[in-house]
Design a protein around this ligand. Sequence first.
Ligand SMILES: O=C(O)CCC(=O)C(=O)O
Length: 271
Amino acid sequence: MEKKQELLSSVQMARFVARGSLRLDAVVPAELNAEGLRVLADDVPPVPYGTPVSTAYPDGSFVRRLLELPQVAGALHSLVGPEPWVDHHFVHTREPHGGDAQALHGDAVIDVRPDAFDVQLMYYPQAVTLEMGGTLSVPGSHLRRTNESDTGRYQNLRGQDRLVCPAGTVVFLHHGLWHGGRRNDSDTLRYMFKIRFNPTVRQQRLWDTSDLHDPQVDAELDAMFPWYEGATGRLERYNRILLWRELTGDDGYDLDHWVTRATNRPKETAK
Ligand SMILES: O=C(O)CCC(=O)C(=O)O
């Protein structure tokens, strides 16, 4: 797996921590997308939970070549590190004029980890138009503790993202991000291949950290999204700060002392 990789920058990582996703437009070349459509149409047989990537996808196979594209490999390495395990994978389709949308959900089922995460790669081999049932996702929802389909009754949250993308687009999602397949109102069957990866190393400074102190890192981590409530929405920033501390190993990282205040528990007794 260790070929050429274009690692993410700290600013891109901070954006992922805030948004819960990273989108790489048209990073897969046209010939590979044509092959990908054939491979996905034939389905990709399942692999057992916990299979290392290099075992799940043998050298030269379509999926292995997809994962070895420098931008894809670099993003995967930055987010979960070398040789992650494949949790599972699945070919998701939205039927032409399928009639309904999938309810909003997170794939984590029940997941209480505050300091580590899985990522889900979503690969779109064809261009996805607004009518074709692209994946809907809610930026900044991944750190809010909900259980799988708790969010199913929510409709049309402000700032939600309806994916429209060129062929060969790859999106990486934090496992907790609320998402769902949209209704396909077109004549075209829409394909998306999803792989969930489990890290096998501590997720700390796995990206290109040369810009770690760029002020844009703080700006990304401080972002608010339009669907957030005034008070509860601030909690998302606390959770991002805690995750950024884990990812960087910098226990003192903060934005305007928010977490410093809320974790102040002096141990010294008064003299
Ligand atoms: O088909 C889609 O766009 C999303 C499907 C999905 O991610 C899921 O079922 O969890």
